[in-house]
Design a protein around this ligand. Structure first.
Ligand code: DGL
Length: 258
């Protein structure tokens, strides 16, 4: 029987955004092995139906468990919104960590402030985000904004380009006239665009994402389950992507080091 402690932690996303979470996991637990799977061939998930996203997520998680993952980080707010509950029901013995928009730390850091919640349309309309918004609506002005078309810039590796700048200026125009204090990056692709957003919104705006929190939760669940690897080793990272061309694989490795 294999010793589960030496198995990899699977990290799943609709594309390459989950690498922003993988970076946090590796920072916190560099001795663990990671298997990152990006479903770029089927991205974006954020414009699909809940049923489609749930089916895709279940299929990929089933595969990641078949190849021996000891835990799964669903490093995608959209897939988490659609499938984390049914995944936990299907695999009760497996640590299953999801991502949620970092509304709580944003509100706590900016009480009474104006906070933009940037996510996919699916995430914004699903239960988790709505519950969080209801919980904190009396403590800050929360402004949800779906951003179809935005994750595509990360999938194409188009950072710091005039095209991205124009897209962001149009998307964020209302918050230039009437500024916000903070932005919740409620999609795991968006941390890669933070510098571009900061250039548009100005240096005063603070950004919050859920990556570090998800990494801490993963560590907690691995420790609780007696699933941590040996501390004195260097973890290996394996990248996989459903895009057969190899383009996304190359970009995945580059994003990890950004
Ligand atoms: N990375 C995903 C998230 O965190 C979404 C991108 C997509 O639309 O596929 O929500």
């Amino acid at each position: 029987m294999t010793d589960k402690r030496t198995s990899p932690v699977a990290v799943f996303d609709s594309g390459m955004g989950g690498i922003s979470v993988l970076r946090e996991l590796y920072r916190l637990m560099p001795n663990e092995d990671y298997l990152f799977f990006g479903d770029s061939a089927n991205a974006p998930y954020g414009v699909r139906s809940v049923e489609e996203v749930r089916a895709l997520t279940h299929a990929h998680v089933a595969h990641l468990l078949e190849v021996g993952a000891k835990a799964v980080v669903v490093a995608c707010n959209t897939a988490t919104s659609a499938a984390i509950r049914t995944l936990r029901e299907a695999y009760p013995g497996v640590p299953m960590i999801g991502l949620e928009p970092a509304i709580k730390p944003a509100v706590e850091g900016n009480p009474g402030g104006r906070i933009l919640i940037l996510a996919t349309d699916l995430t914004i309309h699903q239960g988790k985000c709505r519950t969080l918004m209801e919980r904190y609506q009396n403590q800050a002005e929360l402004i949800p904004l779906g951003a179809p078309g935005l994750m595509e810039f990360v999938e194409a590796g188009k950072f710091h380009t005039p095209e991205l700048d124009a897209f962001l200026r149009q998307l964020l125009a209302p918050y230039l006239a009437d500024p916000v204090d903070a932005v919740v990056l409620g999609c795991t692709h968006y941390p890669f665009l933070q510098a571009d957003m900061a250039r548009v919104l100005g240096p005063r705006v603070r950004f919050y994402d859920g990556g570090a929190g998800a990494a801490r939760e993963t560590r907690f669940l691995l420790e609780q389950g007696g699933l941590r690897n040996r501390p004195d080793r260097e973890g290996q990272i394996t990248f996989q992507n459903s895009d057969p061309s190899g383009v996304h694989l190359e970009l995945s490795k580059r994003l990890f080091t950004l």
